[in-house]
Ligand binder design. Structure first.
Ligand SMILES: [Zn+2]
Ligand SMILES: [Zn+2]
Length: 209
């Protein structure tokens, strides 16, 4: 699988990912963070067959481009069931604190833990990793793990927001992410990429050493 990262919401530094299967061009967009036409242009220029919008969780800095993508492509919007109501509520998605509030279209597919979708011949596995929010997910395909605001390079997501819980977050990371092979590449919702091996050694919040 191939991917590209975009920074369309510089105020928050949210990573938006386009991920695709080279053979079939079937693609998903993860966390379209803002209504920036560059995302639409890229999908067209790369000749992608966009199949899914996936939000790793419902916070306002990850969902602001949902409406734009839905308006330009005919495809389902997917989020874990426990974060679905954040899409439609500016208090719950915290955008009531932003300069511009954000209301997303409603979800079409509500994910559960361990659900698997396909892009071409590739499996894409949805892993429920609560702790930053109740319905936070990580998305695994091959050795790529898109982990939203659950795990960052040498850090972890905030747990002081509604739905957050530090112990739950640490449990998610230890029991569901650190069991993956060391060479799994982690692609977080903010900041640089890393690997599972590096984070199990060096992460000051959840590393074992
Ligand atoms: Zn968040
Ligand atoms: Zn975020």
């Amino acid at each position: 699988m191939k991917y590209k990262v975009y920074n369309v919401l510089p105020e928050f530094g949210t990573n938006t990912y386009l991920v695709w299967d080279e053979e079939s061009r079937q693609a998903m967009i993860i966390d379209p963070a803002a209504s920036d036409k560059v995302l639409v242009d890229e999908i067209k220029n790369l000749k992608l067959d966009l199949k899914y919008i996936i939000n790793t969780h419902g916070h306002g800095d990850h969902i602001g481009g949902n409406a734009l993508i839905k308006a330009n492509f005919d495809l389902p919007l997917c989020i874990h069931s426990l974060d679905a109501d954040m899409l439609l509520n500016t208090e719950k998605n915290l955008s009531s604190y932003f300069e511009e509030t954000i209301i997303s279209p409603e979800a079409d597919i509500l994910f559960k833990d361990n659900e698997i979708i396909k892009l071409g011949k590739n499996n894409v596995k949805i892993i429920h990793t609560p702790g930053h929010s109740s319905g936070g997910i990580s998305i695994l395909t091959g050795n790529l793990l898109f982990c939203g605001d659950t795990l960052f390079s040498e850090s972890v997501g905030r747990t002081d927001l509604p739905g957050g819980n530090f112990n739950t977050l640490i449990k998610s990371i230890h029991e569901k992410l650190f069991i993956l092979p060391d060479d799994t590449i982690i692609l977080p919702g903010h900041g640089p990429s890393s690997t599972i091996g590096k984070e199990t050694r060096d992460n000051p919040f959840v590393g074992f050493n």
